[in-house]
Design a protein around this ligand. Structure first.
Ligand code: TUI
Length: 309
């Protein structure tokens, strides 16, 4: 399937893998790129040198294009932004902030820049700053989220900007891809489904928690202090939401989650850890290779979009 996004990125299939903290490492990114999509390495809270190693390892696994996501709330965001240029990465996406201060450096280096936005205002600003495309991410997503749903955000962003729009949040199969195209998107970004990929290094407990999840199994923590994060319900979310209702401070609440994502992803502590996942977790039923998932989803989307007879 050809769109402005596939042409811009030099990929065959309009699927981008989310730059998920701890999850989006070189094995997953390379597998998605090898399967014809765009794999991403998630910079998350990692220092620049750690991200540099990840980039080098991904290059050993694939000759296809891949990108790096810069998590702008990270204390190492500026470091990672520079490492991306030094390592000749072709595509950068950003999350959890406004990347305006890095745009000039990235554009001068010939990098394709795709900020993730959760509002029309930031999408417009990013277009003015020279972004090549935007990811419009609805609050069905896992992790740090905005307020709008994908169904409402994507068409409003598509109307507001001329650059291509990539839809994210709540997309877990070919139906979601077809629906995103109907809303004006020219590609999709998916995270949760890729967490359970065979190539994903995520602990088996985490994968099984997603596979067993039902439609209403996620909760949003942190709304009271302006950092809403969607994750699957467990001991940690129950405690967090209880303390949040008691009006506890940001610092006290953060103590509950510090290191929680690492604990869940690497150690498999899905009771006390932070099991970030989107609302489509209830639709994820099995582990597959990235290629199997992507072929299956694209075949389904093609039929729905009337591209095959
Ligand atoms: O960034 C994400 N998702 C994430 S980042 C992350 S790491 C983390 N871990 C624990 C706590 C918090 C974060 C986990 N998931 N998605 C992209 C995204 N960006 N969603 C929403 C936004 C966003 C929100 C507000 C982007 C910009 C913004 O305002 C920018 C501004 O300053 O105007």
């Amino acid at each position: 399937m050809k769109t402005r996004v596939t042409e811009m990125l030099g990929i065959e299939c309009p699927i981008i893998q989310g730059g998920m903290a701890w999850v989006a490492e070189h094995n997953l990114a390379a597998a998605v790129s090898e399967a014809g999509g765009l794999g991403l390495i998630g910079g998350a809270n990692a220092p620049g040198e750690v991200v540099r190693e990840e980039i080098r390892k991904a290059k050993e696994l694939t000759d296809k294009p891949f990108g790096v996501n810069v998590m702008l709330m990270s204390p190492f965001a500026a470091d990672v932004a520079k490492v991306i240029v030094e390592e000749g990465v072709k595509v950068v996406t950003t999350g959890a902030g406004n990347p305006a201060q890095y745009m000039k450096m990235w554009k001068e280096a010939g990098i394709t820049v795709i900020p993730v936005v959760a509002s029309v205002a930031l999408a417009r600003l990013m277009e003015r700053e020279g972004a090549d495309a935007v990811v419009a991410e609805g609050c069905e997503s896992g992790g740090h989220i905005g307020d709008s749903t994908t169904m409402t955000l994507v068409p409003q962003v598509a109307d507001a900007v001329s650059i291509p729009v990539i839809a994210a949040g709540g997309i877990g199969d070919g139906r979601g891809i077809a629906a995103a195209f109907m809303l004006g998107a020219e590609a999709v970004q998916m995270g949760t489904r890729f967490v359970v990929a065979k190539e994903s290094i995520v602990h088996e407990n985490y994968k099984q928690r997603i596979i067993k999840a039902k439609d209403i199994d996620s909760a949003v923590t942190g709304r009271s202090h302006g950092h809403p994060v969607r994750c699957l319900r467990n001991q940690m979310t129950r405690e967090y939401i209880r303390l949040e209702a008691e009006g506890k401070s940001f610092e006290e609440l953060e103590n509950l989650t510090i290191g929680g994502l690492r604990k869940a992803v690497l150690e498999g502590d899905v009771m006390n850890g932070n099991v970030m996942a989107g609302q489509i977790a209830g639709m994820v039923s099995k582990e597959q290779t990235c290629k199997e998932m992507m072929d299956e989803m694209m075949a389904q989307a093609d039929v729905l979009l009337g591209r095959t007879i």
